[in-house]
Design a protein around this ligand. Sequence first.
Ligand code: GTP
Ligand code: MG
Length: 303
Amino acid sequence: MRKVIEEKVKIGRVVILGRPNTGKSTLLNAIMSQKVAITSPMAQTTRKNARVVFSSEKGKIIFSDTPGIINKVSDLVGKRVNTEAPKEVGRADVVICLLDISRPKTEEENKVIGLVRKSKAKKILVYNKIDQAIGSKDHLAEYNYLEDEFDEVISVSAIKETNIKGLINLIFELLPEKDSKLTEEDLEIMESKKGPVISLNSKEYIAEIIREKAYLFLRKEVPYSVNVEVDEVIDKKKLILIKARILTTANRYKKMIIGVGGKKIREIGYNARKELELMSSRKVFLELTVEIDKHWAERDIQK
Ligand SMILES: Nc1nc2c(ncn2[C@@H]2O[C@H](COP(=O)(O)OP(=O)(O)OP(=O)(O)O)[C@@H](O)[C@H]2O)c(=O)[nH]1
Ligand SMILES: [Mg+2]
């Protein structure tokens, strides 16, 4: 006999697309009610597609956060990062196109809109940053001609967590009764209890937290030269010992990351440690060093 209850529960895949900085990762954190993705005002903070599982009484969804696509890139990392979002779209049951309506529309939006147009998935247009889009910062009128192409339209503030439940309800309405896109592997992922971000292992996740703090405390041009590698995570019962390296491409960046008398690196390390302690409810000892590695980007594109 087949189980009747299971047939009512929906499962599916949702991919979040949008220009860099529109708030995709912030939105995913709001949906999940926990930090699963790092965020910052820098473009392409997200460098890889990240998948998480959302569960409620209505069903289960694999959400994918994607990096925003940049129009003109010359560096290796940017080129690699630009290929991420298109890879994810094909498997979506629902595509979310996230717009930052507090910023004027630019050419950069068109790449994303092109991707959305090609997708055969159901589509939701989400206006983000409504908390900021006030007076001269309200650019809604430049975007709303797009509404006809979408199945649903909704306004949210990812940072203030406004209307997130409404968005989740819309997604469940649009998900097909029987999912076509989920593979056996997806179903296994949904059942397993891995970390919060199912596409990253714990070392990669810790590296992301450290990278976020580096973005927060470093001057504009430096973050693009930076990558973080976690070498060891040792569970010592009373504390977790983490050994990590910040990689950068030039000596002048290394100096900036270390800062006068080591002030910067201490600031980055302190803030990463505090967050990791909060997440793990454990004491964390973080050994953080800075290393020049001119070739991290080349290794990164081979992944
Ligand atoms: N005021 C306001 N700021 C927001 C909102 N959502 C995100 N932000 C801010 O916008 C910046 C970019 O957010 P992210 O979530 O990193 O953007 P993203 O789309 O993931 O960017 P990439 O990963 O670079 O493609 C951060 O400084 C966020 O705090 C919002 O609803 N309102
Ligand atoms: Mg992001």
